[in-house]
Design a protein around this ligand. Sequence first.
Ligand SMILES: NC(=O)c1ccc[n+]([C@@H]2O[C@H](COP(=O)([O-])OP(=O)(O)OC[C@H]3O[C@@H](n4cnc5c(N)ncnc54)[C@H](O)[C@@H]3O)[C@@H](O)[C@H]2O)c1
Ligand SMILES: [Zn+2]
Length: 666
Amino acid sequence: MTTDDVKQRVHELRELLNRANEAYYQEAQPFISDKEFDEYLKELEQLENEYGLDDPKSPTKRVGGEPSSDFETVEHPVPLLSLDNTYNEEELKDFDRRVKKILDHSNFQYLAELKFDGASIRLRYEKGELALAATRGDGERGDDITRNVKTIKDIPLRLNGNYPEVVEVRGEAYMEREAFVRMNEYREEQGLSTFANPRNSTAGSLKMQDPREVARRPIRYFAFDLLFDSYEIDLTQSKKMELLSDFGLPVCDHYVLCNNIEEVLDIIDQWRELRHELPYETDGVVVKINAHHLREELGSTSKAPRWAIAYKFAAEQATTTIDDISLQVGRLGKITPVAELEPVELAGTTVKRASLHNEDEIHRKDIRIGDQVIIEKAGEIIPQVVRVVNPDRPDRSPKFEMPTSCPACGEELVKLGDEVAWRCINHECPPQIRIRIEHFASRDAMDIEGLGEAVVDQLVSENLIKTYADLYDLTKEQLIPLERMGEKSAQNLIDAIEQSKKQSLDRVIYALGIRFVGKTVARDLAGAFGNMDKLVSASEEDLTSIDSIGPKIAQSVAAFFSKNHNIHIIETLRDHGLNFEMEQQEGASSLLEGKKFVLTGSLPTFTRKEATELIRKHGGDTTSSVSSKTDYLLAGESAGSKYDKAVELGIPILDEDSFLEMIGEA
Ligand SMILES: NC(=O)c1ccc[n+]([C@@H]2O[C@H](COP(=O)([O-])OP(=O)(O)OC[C@H]3O[C@@H](n4cnc5c(N)ncnc54)[C@H](O)[C@@H]3O)[C@@H](O)[C@H]2O)c1
Ligand SMILES: [Zn+2]
């Protein structure tokens, strides 16, 4: 390479890496894999060193992120750095040799910790109180996200034990895999964009503007470092972990003290496989010098400490061919394109299908039938297509075109609102009927045992039922001829269906399968309206006046009950004697019948939810804001504007004690 070639390449690499950083940190939409990113970064580093092409602004010298304009910027008193990383054992041994050479001895220990794949968060406690939480940003300055972080249950607002005046904590916010998948499923159902992996989703969630929204995201936290204003004792990393734990901070206990790099390599080998069994993602093992004074001696570069290195596991990938692209129809008609793959082994399982998410995603990656593709397990669960191996191949099939009609019923597909997904809104679409009936019968809904997928499939394809309401008309004689259905199991199923008529109102509401109405919402609706008729005739306004019901849910519920088809099903269910009334709870009364309560502040012994339940138990109702229609304000400590409003309108204000007296439970 001539010097000009080198300069050109260095320029190219810097541009590419800057763009990748931006896509990764700012947009949470990386366009290359971590391994590729790290390889380019190494190449750049080598060229810079070899040809003396230093530049303090180079991506090799700077922490990748940036503070955003959406939050207050805070300076970090001690920079939050990145970590040097490697994907191979030789380089890890090089690191060990380098450290020994600088220290001029080998009399030290390493602490091997898991590397959590989330977002780096700094916490500051003053006099034991959480005073600040900030993102890493560019390492020097980050975003003040205190209000958001206060909603993370793992993070204590007050420290325990014997803490110094100021305590700085470093750690990683993350999401457990299962919670992440559940959250994504919910978002899919809502027609919202989904996150590529738990890390993106954590980082994205922490940057939302509404802390109440953040509180709903399943964010967890592990602390891994502790900084004091002054160090009185010679701290070690392992001692820090104990102190963190004493202070009441969550610490991952999978850390191991190692006497030399060989022991570290053993630990790494163990985690290579075992990591898949952890409930959260780890992308490697962080190796740190244990003693603090040695760390001081080794120091840091502008980008990373010299006393630590991350050994990273490359995401497991495989190459295979797309045989076909099929469309899946969900319970509420959502169409998801799926890649049918030439079966291939990946991270211990045979993968035959991969989600392609939606039409936009297919076009963005230009995925076509017959393509050779690289697949990867994102979040170790759902296989994803990373990219097409050879997009310039001349004999590729034409660009994928999304069918305009439902693959199951032929009805024209539509897009609702600003959703990216296509939907089939034909309520007689067979797969949707099937899934709706399965949902109706599922354990949390009507809990009808013996009504599994195979049976529902036959019932629908034999035209024995068209809706879940038809289940209650089935006879034993109709069931017996079905495959694998003897006389006995037919009787059992009939009994189970009969038995389900006793299920409570909230289960019936959940079983209806209304969009956005999960178990909790169903319970709230049952509690608020007390019977099916009131719910059916509720306006969007009535619905949103319930504390936990937002406009989106209200709209969906009202839309459901405005359809003749659904009303007809509900009438059939009523004729069959399903439970359309809330059961009377023990100790229930009608003392508060027709009374509207608003809650504010924190009550001494009841949570908001418990208080709401008590009010409902006695026939009352709660709404979210104070108006002239409000009968009482139930106020606890640090009540805010609702209190002032109630005073202004002359609405009676109760504290917990007088409320309990009122309902005779004092
Ligand atoms: N694909 C892309 O386009 C792209 C772009 C930019 C960055 N990246 C990836 O991100 C990396 C750079 O990100 P980074 O600077 O956040 O580095 P990093 O995530 O590889 O390592 C540093 C971070 O690890 C975290 N960490 C987790 N567990 C830890 C523990 N036990 N002890 C100490 N720290 C722990 C800390 O928050 C620390 O900030 C790159 O190496 C690359 O893999 C990818
Ligand atoms: Zn259809």
